[in-house]
Design a protein around this ligand. Structure first.
Ligand code: NAD
Ligand code: ZN
Length: 361
């Protein structure tokens, strides 16, 4: 396959610096990497945190960084040690671009917790460019739509919709597992109409849970209901959110998936989680704390756990839900040149579902 030497990408040279749509070099895959021609990339709130420099983890600038970690495309080249891939395969760039595969966490398949984790769009140029590299063992294997599948012959639309599964889908699927809820129990999703939330509602439903969602703003309730959610609480209107949730669920949510990027929403979950329930922290606002009253937590014996993307098995399983039509990505496709506007809308909390950028525009 003919691979050009230059390509279009969106770069930034410092946190909060200009987002430049410019010609940059096509990266050369290392011996253990594949090169993917990225067709579509989802825009995750993590990309906004990375650009702003919200977290106590430095972004690499050499001299720039290319964001993006929900990239779906085609394998066009690979290093000499790569096994298990062939040119023309569909592949995905995930947040976890690579991990050491030698430490205790990697050994236990908690690869995202590897201290040497290489992160797409953060420590490794990501998917807001036309060609991106990924460690062959970590890149997501995206099956080709088979005959009889609703995606057969619609490969472009398929890759666009699968892009958000590569971070948002995997993350919420793993978080729902971490909630240890049983079918029929209530799961509250805080941030239910955003990129992660709108997929969390659908995965939760497919896993047999009842879903109560918290979000606010125009069109959010409608999207939540379209995704299969049962009860919606608008945080811009409801005065006592915990009381409303406890009442609606007859005692509190068995599981809470906290995917909003608002610190105030996080501690609030301790007031509506059910006795012996689990709060799963996923959203990562800057400098945030989850405050839990010790007396309440002991007496109600609820758990607060963190959940960080997912491993290779979670990836395969999350993609399988998509392949079987159990989840759909509520996406809006725009050109890569429009990334700055997408960030503005995201910061204002105005996005319904997920924006996906088409790297050819
Ligand atoms: P998003 O901007 O698409 O969605 C966030 C949603 O939260 C929006 O719909 C917004 O209206 C809603 N919201 C804002 N304030 C709220 C409040 N007080 N109560 C309830 N909802 C509120 O963002 P996203 O892409 O879904 O990402 C969400 C967060 O998850 C980000 O912080 C991101 O970095 C993080 N994230 C974590 C992981 C992980 O592995 N832990 C993976 C991906 C993303
Ligand atoms: Zn993400």
């Amino acid at each position: 396959m003919a691979v050009p030497t230059t390509q279009k990408g969106v770069t930034f040279y410092e946190n909060n610096g200009a987002l430049k749509y410019e010609d940059i070099k096509v990266p050369t895959p290392k011996a253990d990497e594949i090169l993917i021609n990225i067709k579509y990339s989802g825009v995750c709130h993590t990309d906004l945190h990375a650009w702003k420099g919200d977290w106590p983890l430095p972004v690499k600038f050499d001299p720039y960084c290319v964001g993006g970690h929900e990239g779906a495309g085609v394998v066009v080249a690979m290093g000499e040690n790569v096994k298990g891939w062939k040119l023309g395969d569909y592949a995905g760039i995930k947040w976890l671009n690579g991990s050491c595969m030698n430490c205790e966490e990697c050994e236990l398949s908690n690869e995202s917790n590897c201290p040497e984790a290489d992160l797409s769009g953060y420590t490794h140029d990501g998917s807001f460019q036309q060609y991106a590299t990924g460690l062959a063992v970590q890149a997501a294997h995206i099956p080709k739509p088979s005959e009889g599948s609703e995606w057969y012959g619609k490969d472009d639309a398929y890759l666009a919709e699968i892009a958000p599964i590569l971070c948002a889908g995997i993350t919420v699927f793993k978080a729902l597992k971490s909630s240890e809820c049983a079918p029929g129990q209530w799961v509250a999703i805080s941030g239910a109409a955003g990129g992660l939330g709108s997929l969390a509602v659908q995965y939760a439903k497919a896993m047999g849970f009842r879903v109560i969602g918290i979000d606010g703003g125009e069109g959010k309730e409608e999207l939540f209901k379209k995704c299969g959610g049962e009860i919606f609480i608008d945080f811009t209107k409801e005065k006592d959110i915990p009381a409303a949730i406890v009442k609606a669920t007859n005692g509190g949510a068995h599981g809470v998936i906290s995917v909003s990027a608002a610190e105030s929403a996080i501690s609030q979950a301790t007031h509506y989680v059910r006795t012996n329930g689990t709060i799963v922290l996923v959203g990562l606002p800057a400098n945030a704390y989850c405050k839990s009253n010790v007396f309440d937590q002991v007496v109600k014996s609820y758990k607060i756990v963190g959940s960080y993307v997912g491993n290779r098995a979670d990836t395969r399983e999350a993609l399988d839900f998509f392949e079987r039509g159990l989840v759909r990505s509520p996406i809006k496709i725009v050109g890569l040149t429009e990334l700055p506007r997408v960030f503005e809308e995201m910061a204002a909390g105005k996005i319904l579902g997920r924006y996906v950028v088409d790297t050819s525009k």
